[in-house]
Design a binder for this molecule. Structure first.
Ligand code: N01
Length: 532
């Protein structure tokens, strides 16, 4: 046996939307490829996040793969925004349709991966296995390392405790229970209205109020689906030429230059339309504080008009950060939930949670008796899923150490010192600022072409050049600094994890611009990569 020939051409970590498509693409191109997946089935995010109300904030007809015309024509979505069970059904359908599971090992977590420089291959270890592969491809997602705050007494709680991102598959019966939800980001804001309908009493522990826009979710008609499907290719192509990979109406003028009445009417129209693209109405919302404040105050006025109790309404009005600089939430009945007699809101910025007790929690000088605590406290985003694996590159350097001061990558696709490793939607790429499926497809196709190029040219080793990485990282910082994004203590900035360096992690330049850069790198002999 040739000991320089690894067992695999490519090992993929993760069988969510990225890992599934990477597997299919490499297999179609004749590579020997395998996937390790922590969960019991495909679906990634949508396998784990089964909390009540879990739903995608990108519309169904575009939150799905575009790579197969047959697939996108045959699948029927039922609602404007897909609920978690429907997205998971779709992921399973894709796995069946393309016979993906035969190359996936489920319930298997990659613990470590070390680069063997002498052989130009990775040695990957799980709890039970060790194998060698020429290429290591991470498809671990950006929001897959759940984050539970380290509250004193957390292990002493005698009731039930769940994180939204690790929700029991059999569901949780909250009927008649006193439930506490900690966290009011997208997960909390989706779960709270549904939990309120089930629980005897719901107490929401809010540290930072969030901006949320109504989803106006509804069933999709056959006619709507038919119309989109008749023009799918064109609509997909148009979406690729947008900033976020999501079709939306945008006025190419500044909000501050629009007469106030006209602006108000437009924001009203957008509010009635609902959804994620609210802030994209004008070009200056995320760069000019004055424009941003017009949008923010519009949303605050909406909150005041929905929530009956003026003190509760004021507490729900976000003021700590510009609208859109934390991922805007998309909700169904969130603010109106606070009009229910069985719901109360606790300000934990003023009264911080000091301990979890055996029977509930302590916030400020008050004890709250609870049967169930729901941690909607988010994720160690973007870097956490990678640094939790012991990844060691050339000379034994650890990825976690290399990123000690924040992630540094070339194009969010590769890291200097970690040859033959590629990171789908890694930090430094648009990823979480875009329709993830659009970004995933672009990365998967780029990586597959790169690997083919290496194979065709007898190249055993591809590595990001340190100088190219330095320049790209500086560019990522520079474009972020031109926006209002760094003003929020967001998970984009690593601010939600104590001790995490504050670096704006995704690339804000837009999926349109980014795609052109990646294509240009490839067309120029993979500029910025050292091929050997
Ligand atoms: O997490 P988050 P998430 N004490 O980090 C609070 C995607 N997503 O799971 O803001 C008290 O946004 C924290 O408070 P603060 C989407 O991209 C999409 O909700 O840090 N509170 C915050 O309120 C989203 O952005 C969908 O002050 C604490 C909350 O917990 C991303 O996932 C659905 C605390 C965490 O909010 C993450 O959303 C769901 C503490 N010690 C998620 N620690 C859709 O597609 C944290 N918090 C619709």
């Amino acid at each position: 046996m040739d000991e320089d020939r690894p067992q695999l051409d490519a090992l993929i970590i993760g069988a969510g939307f990225a890992g599934m498509y990477m597997l299919k693409t490499l297999r179609d191109r004749g590579f020997r490829v395998h996937v390790y997946e922590r969960g019991g089935d495909v679906g990634g995010t949508w396998y784990w996040n089964r909390y009540p109300g879990a739903r995608c904030d990108v519309e169904s007809l575009f939150y799905c793969y575009s790579f197969s015309e047959e697939l996108q024509q045959e699948w029927q979505w039922t609602e404007r925004y897909p609920a978690q069970p429907e997205i998971l059904r779709y992921a399973r359908h894709v796995a069946d349709r393309f016979d993906l599971r035969r190359d996936i090992t489920f319930r298997t977590e990659v613990r470590s991966a070390a680069y063997d420089e002498a052989r130009d291959q990775w040695v990957v270890r799980t709890d039970d296995e060790e194998l060698t592969t020429r290429f290591l491809i991470t498809a671990v997602g950006c929001l897959s390392a759940a984050q539970t705050p380290d509250f004193p007494g957390i292990d002493d709680f005698r009731g039930e405790a769940y994180h939204t991102a690790d929700w029991p598959h059999e569901g949780v019966d909250l009927t008649g229970k006193r439930v506490g939800v900690i966290g009011t980001g997208s997960s909390g804001i989706q779960a709270i209205p549904v939990i309120a309908e089930q629980a005897a009493h719901l107490t929401v522990f809010q540290r930072t109020a969030q901006y949320s826009v109504p989803a106006h979710n509804r069933p999709l008609t056959d006619e709507e689906q038919r119309q989109v499907k008749a023009r799918y290719a064109q609509l997909r192509a148009e979406a690729l030429r947008t900033q976020a990979g999501i079709l939306c109406e945008r006025h190419e003028v500044n909000a501050v230059d629009v007469p106030r009445e006209e602006l108000q009417a437009e924001l009203e129209r957008r509010w009635r339309l609902g959804g994620l693209t609210f802030c994209a109405a004008y070009q200056d919302t995320l760069v000019d504080p004055a424009a941003n404040e017009l949008f923010a105050e519009f949303v605050r006025d909406k909150i005041r008009s929905i929530v009956h109790d003026p003190d509760t309404a004021e507490l729900l009005c976000p003021r700590d950060f510009p609208i859109g600089t934390k991922r805007i939430c998309v909700d169904t009945g969130y603010f109106a939930t606070y009009n229910r007699p069985n719901v109360s809101l606790v300000d934990v910025r003023r009264n911080p949670i000091s301990a979890i007790t055996p029977t509930g929690l302590r916030a400020g000088d008050r004890e709250h008796e609870l049967d169930v605590i729901v941690f909607a406290t988010g994720f160690d985003a973007m870097t956490g899923p990678l640094t939790r694996i012991d990844i060691r590159g050339s000379g034994g350097r650890r990825l976690a150490d290399e990123w000690d001061a924040g992630p540094r990558t070339y194009l969010g696709l590769a890291c200097a010192g970690f040859p033959n490793m590629f990171t789908i939607t890694g930090p430094g790429s648009p990823s979480v600022l875009s329709n993830m499926i659009v970004s995933i497809e672009q990365h998967v196709e780029w990586i597959a072409e790169h690997l083919e190029h290496l194979r065709d040219n007898g190249v055993r080793r591809s590595e990001a050049d340190p100088e190219a990485q330095r320049q790209w990282s500086a560019h990522v910082d520079e474009v972020a600094a031109e926006t209002l994004y760094p003003r929020a203590a967001s998970w984009y900035m690593g601010a939600n994890v104590p001790g995490k360096p504050r670096v704006f992690m995704p690339y804000v330049g837009g999926v349109d611009v980014y795609r052109d850069i990646c294509d240009d790198v490839a067309a120029n002999g993979y500029r910025g990569f050292r091929l050997a």
